[in-house]
Design a protein around this ligand. Structure first.
Ligand SMILES: [Zn+2]
Length: 244
């Protein structure tokens, strides 16, 4: 049994788990109890529909043969209209990004954005990415927010003053505000585990309650792990003391 992928689309967040060449979805809906122990990690191989071709190479989540080059993944749908957007992650991390216009709402929630603003359209993906880069340079905002940064802000709120200040520099076409129902009072502990009760999913972060502690797990960090049934007995950090 191996974690071979994840689906962070907001309507069906799930892990893809392969066993004996078949792939099934482990839903990550709130309240789901997960009880797996992580074993060895290696390449997740390839998934084609409900079929899995395993790979023993060591590099995870994917070996050099099974990594899709960035340029291929991003240029497939380049001829369609693209939206350029700003996204906010609590408390005050702001990025500029592009996506196909019809995917805008989905794309924002896939990333776990707290707030967002649609600021422009471009005729195709190439023009959109050029404008994205130019906006990033001109306004001093990043094109990429790393998951550990998002985890650090999980229990926080967006700095509205800073966000509005940035938005004032643009002509806003549409504004977005997202709720993920995590109901966190303090920052979860960043961990890689698959044991606990699902509190919710925000982008590619799943929040789990286990043994009195709340953990934030980057789904990508699970990909490639062989799983054993049964809750983990690994020693885990149980309090936030080390983070303060
Ligand atoms: Zn491989």
């Amino acid at each position: 049994m191996q974690v071979v992928g994840y689906d962070s689309r907001p309507d069906e967040p799930s892990l893809l788990i392969a066993a004996g060449g078949d792939v099934r979805r482990e839903a990550l809906t709130p309240g789901t109890d997960l009880a797996y122990t992580l074993r060895e990690r290696h390449c997740a191989g390839t998934v084609d529909g409900e079929t899995h071709a395993p790979c023993d190479r060591e590099r995870a989540p994917y070996c050099e043969l099974h990594t899709v080059p960035w340029a291929v993944a991003n240029n497939r749908d380049s001829d369609e209209e693209h939206a350029i957007y700003l996204a906010a992650f609590a408390p005050a991390v702001f990025k500029v990004g592009v996506t196909r216009s019809e995917r805008l709402d989905t794309r924002l929630r896939e990333q776990g954005a707290d707030r967002a603003a649609h600021i422009a359209v471009a005729r195709n993906g190439r023009i959109a990415r050029e404008r994205e880069t130019a906006i990033g340079v001109e306004h001093g905002i990043t094109e990429r927010v790393r998951v550990p940064t998002k985890i650090r802000g999980l229990a926080g709120e967006v700095d509205t003053e800073a966000w509005n200040g940035l938005c004032d520099e643009f002509e806003i076409r549409e504004e977005f505000a997202f709720e993920y129902g995590l109901d966190l009072t303090e920052r979860p502990v960043a961990e890689t585990l698959l044991t606990g009760t699902v509190r919710g999913v925000k982008g590619r972060i799943v929040v789990l309650d286990h043994a009195g502690t709340t953990y934030a797990v980057d789904l990508r960090n699970l990909v490639g792990y062989d799983l054993a049934a049964g809750a983990t007995d690994r020693e885990l950090q149980a309090s936030l003391a080390g983070f303060r």
